[in-house]
Design a protein around this ligand. Sequence first.
Ligand SMILES: *Cc1c(COP(=O)(O)O)cnc(C)c1O
Length: 421
Amino acid sequence: MRHFTYQDGQMMAENISLSTIAEQVGTPTYIYSTATIKRHYHVFAKAISGMDNLIAYSVKANSNLAILSLLAKLGAGADVVSIGELTRALAAGISPGKIVFSGVGKTHEELRAALNANILQFNVESLPELHALSAIANEMGKVARIAFRINPDVRAGGHEKISTGQAENKFGINIDLAPAAYAEAATLPAIEIVGIDMHIGSQIDTLAPFEQALNKGIELIKTLRANGHDIRIYDFGGGLGIPYSHDENTPPLPELYGKMIERVTKDLDLKMIFEPGRVIVGNAGVLLAKTIYVKKGSVRNFVILDAAMNDLIRPALYASHHDIEPVTLHANGAPTQTYDIVGPICESSDTFAKQYDLPEVSTGDLMVIHSAGAYGAVQSGQYNTRPLVPEVLVSDDKYEIIRNRPSIEDILKSENIPDWI
Ligand SMILES: *Cc1c(COP(=O)(O)O)cnc(C)c1O
């Protein structure tokens, strides 16, 4: 359920109208709902509660400190992929004992920082990384708890660019090479093998690839245990999809996902780690924008927004769909038009939706781009010297700006003209 719905013809975020926020904060801006994040977290937690589990929220989906603090309060751990995300997670009060570190290219500096913080687990993606980790941990007098990220060679994920579990992807250790990798890890100093890890992709909308990958992991765990390794943890990553549209296939509910995993892993005496990102925050956020112009072309009509691909890159990057609605509902029977809804940037890919039906749009109309809570603000940039889009968190009838909009001056201040020019 979305907490972004119409009341008396006005789109609300919980109990504040988006028009009010637009007036006070300006546009474009991201707006998140506290109640939705809490609800999604509780639904996911309940779905896996039949297993010994840890939720390590995938920080890269939305890494704002306020969102991380909220999730920390709810009991979440974190899956981080950089020293920056590790620093954020710790600053938000997430316990290091609930932090796992993923990523195909962790630098030595990052390994050192994570060892210093005494995190729960390193999800190691290659033998060179393993050797670097062993050497650094040994030198620091620490022990690194590791799981290898296993690439099970399963096709999954809503788009080629977010499919990560096939043998030709850069991620993890190919499953056929895993027993040798574990054998090698067992010989190294300062390394403690604790489990296996997998993350097969994102926006996965059926259970079949999850179950296939899960079973491959279990076969591997049996082999590894037979080889004498003490495998206690199965980190099964994230990837559960969310509905982006009213009329597309609905991904399985967390409850079904949890039931399936519970059934397949029972009697194996495993602690399950989950790294959900999108399913927690995706539908808890929207991007609010204002219509600058409506332009009638000879074959298309365009709604030109003040939000652009630098603020929300998903449509350009993954050809992804986001529902778009006006903030103010028109009177019943208002004529509908078909529009391309675009941003002002000089790139044809700066397009949020093509051939999209909306009640007739006018200059100044506020528009809401739904399902933008995950992989939205975190992927925003300042292309065209467009200031980083701000973020707002709503709770009931109050809100707070949780990331400021920098001024153009702020942007220019961060640059430097050498005096030899
Ligand atoms: C991106 C990512 C996730 C989260 O994926 P979602 O689809 O947002 O749930 C989890 N684990 C790893 C290793 C990732 O790279």
